[in-house]
Design a protein around this ligand. Structure first.
Ligand SMILES: C[S@@+](CC[C@H](N)C(=O)[O-])C[C@H]1O[C@@H](n2cnc3c(N)ncnc32)[C@H](O)[C@@H]1O
Length: 284
């Protein structure tokens, strides 16, 4: 099984949206990334891989925390997202300590020599594999003996109004998309805790832990709702549904989403969404 659909998506509309809204997404999502970083117990001169690094924000965050004897490599299938990652690297060079490099490629393929890394990290970048067990087995082989895998992913849509509130509003106007198969590649690809245990165990990992993390995501405290809405309406599954719909119905759906998202906004506080994640750790 290959990941061509995801390659098309992340080199197309989804990648363009993440590039365009990078600052807002980073404001919303930096905390789960930080909490995932805290899982790691790194050796001296650590070699770290950031899987599905996207626009590189987390890779660069690692590089500002690690010392110059360390290296951090970000890998991603999205050319436009990696282009922004390179720009951000250049713009933030003075704050970077560890060596940073970005690689364009599919992390589920044999991109690196066996046992290259002490740690493999990912914020929301490992839920898109067509064959998760094979992909994690590949990543495991990239780890040194006893190396650590740590990632953060979304729990079920029902526990994450950041996705479901705009979608439910859009669906009051638009026909629903075909139902996604449980565990299909996508933001909720690893939302089932038991399945994540079995995928990682079957891939050969040991000491697997999958712990819940509940946070409030917030952004835009100094922005008006209308200003924030112009960005929020272009992010996530509801945005994709609206983009593919009849334009007149799409406009009605945007109005419905506008009304719904207003409930998540307060002047001086911006938008706030309760969010539920899995923090996952495992050893080679
Ligand atoms: C939701 S985004 C997260 C990006 C980044 N980690 C962040 O948190 O800002 C998912 C990322 O995973 C990447 N991705 C999906 N499948 C991949 C694969 N097989 N190999 C490498 N990257 C992949 C996408 O291109 C995208 O950049």
């Amino acid at each position: 099984m290959d990941n061509q659909l995801q390659k098309d998506m992340w080199n197309g509309r989804a990648g363009a949206s993440w590039v365009r809204h990078n600052s807002l997404l980073e404001e919303l999502l930096s905390e789960p990334g930080r909490q995932c970083m805290a899982l790691f117990d790194l050796p001296a001169s650590a070699q770290v891989l950031d899987v599905g690094c996207g626009c590189g924000n987390q890779t660069l965050d690692w590089a500002s925390r690690l010392d110059p004897s360390c290296t951090i490599t970000g890998i991603d299938i999205s050319q436009p997202m990696l282009a922004l990652a390179e720009d951000l690297k250049s713009a933030n060079q003075s704050s970077l300590q560890a060596n940073v490099s970005f690689v364009l490629g599919d992390a589920s393929e044999s991109m690196f020599p066996e046992a290259s890394f002490d740690a493999i990290y990912s914020r929301f970048g490992v839920m898109f594999f067509a064959d998760p067990t094979a992909a994690f087995a590949q990543l495991r082989s990239n780890l040194k003996p006893n190396g650590q895998l740590g990632f953060v992913c979304w729990q079920s849509p029902a526990l994450n109004p950041f996705f479901t509130a705009p979608m439910q509003a859009a669906l009051t106007v638009l026909p629903p998309p075909p139902p996604a198969k449980p565990g299909a590649p996508g933001p909720f690809g690893l939302s089932d805790r038991e399945r994540t245990y079995s995928v990682l165990s079957e891939a050969g990992f040991t000491e697997v832990t999958v712990e819940p993390l509940k946070l409030e995501l917030s952004a835009g405290a100094d922005r008006s709702f209308d200003d924030l809405f112009q960005e929020l309406i272009q992010i996530g599954p509801a945005a994709a549904l609206i983009a593919e719909s009849d334009p007149a119905l799409g406009e009605q759906a945007k109005t419905a989403v506008y009304e719904t998202l207003g409930d998540f906004y307060a002047v001086g506080k911006g938008v706030r969404f309760e969010a539920n994640f899995w923090l996952v750790s495992a050893r080679r």
